[in-house]
Design a protein around this ligand. Structure first.
Ligand SMILES: *Cc1c(COP(=O)(O)O)cnc(C)c1O
Length: 231
């Protein structure tokens, strides 16, 4: 089982190379290994293959892993972030993918000042309008970004979405295309303190489709580390 992590990463990267060739944008996304629920020993297997970007969705787990992992690892907060937990991680994460309200961004601003850091964030967009999902709707995104842009210690780097769970990944292509189009629209507005360089989209089931639609990060968990056990 153990060295299958290395095999899995090799396979995912091959598929990303293939997808990039088909992409009109010509970019090859950075692979974020989603290591939530997985032990540090498994992160280190991925680390040995050169992976430095790891995705986590629980503050406590980030803190535990941060303590013991090599300091060149970049932790990405990809899960819903509660305002009262921001203070624990602003100085430990590389990028927060899940900002979907001004209130959350304001807390990130406040805690960043206290810790003397600048925070990079993505705006999470619920493109498919799923009730069960966090993120804001497409039509509200620009207004939210204009407000968050006024916070001097919070820097918007792009957009993120979690696409629906589907059996045919092609069913999500339209959502990835919509997010890409939205990021181009917003980028064209040239808002101070906002750039749209980052597009975080695609998971184990649909990362190849996302890659061909211009993703700059794909977030792959199961496809690298195997099924998660939540017991
Ligand atoms: C868990 C998770 C992933 C990875 O999901 P897999 O299907 O295991 O690849 C990606 N993005 C987010 C936001 C997640 O919570």
């Amino acid at each position: 089982m153990q060295d299958s992590i290395k095999e899995n990463i090799k396979n995912v990267k091959l598929k990303l190379d293939e997808a990039a060739k088909k992409s009109p944008y010509g970019n090859n996304p950075t692979l974020i290994a989603v290591s939530k629920t997985k032990p540090v020993s498994m992160l280190m297997e991925a680390y040995e293959t050169g992976i430095r970007d790891f995705g986590e969705n629980h503050v406590q787990e980030i803190l535990e892993k941060y303590e013991v992992c090599p300091n060149d690892i970049r932790f990405h907060m990809i899960g819903h972030l509660q305002k009262n937990k921001v203070k624990y991680i602003v100085d430990k994460v590389f990028l927060i993918h899940s900002v979907d309200s001004l209130a959350l961004a304001e807390v990130i601003e406040k805690e960043s000042i206290k810790k003397n850091v600048e925070s990079n964030v993505l705006i999470e967009v619920n493109v498919a309008r799923e009730e069960s999902k966090f993120g804001i709707f497409k039509e509200d995104t620009l207004a939210l970004i204009k407000e968050i842009a006024k916070l001097p210690h919070v820097h918007i780097k792009g957009l993120m979405t979690i696409a629906p769970y589907v059996t045919n990944p092609e069913d999500n292509r339209r959502y990835f295309e919509e997010l890409k189009a939205l990021s181009i629209d917003i980028g064209n507005q040239n808002i101070d303190n906002v750039c749209m360089d980052v597009l975080s989209m695609g998971m184990t089931g649909d990362y190849e489709v996302a890659a061909s639609c211009g993703a700059t990060y794909v977030r792959v968990g199961t496809g690298i580390f195997g099924e998660r056990n939540y017991n």
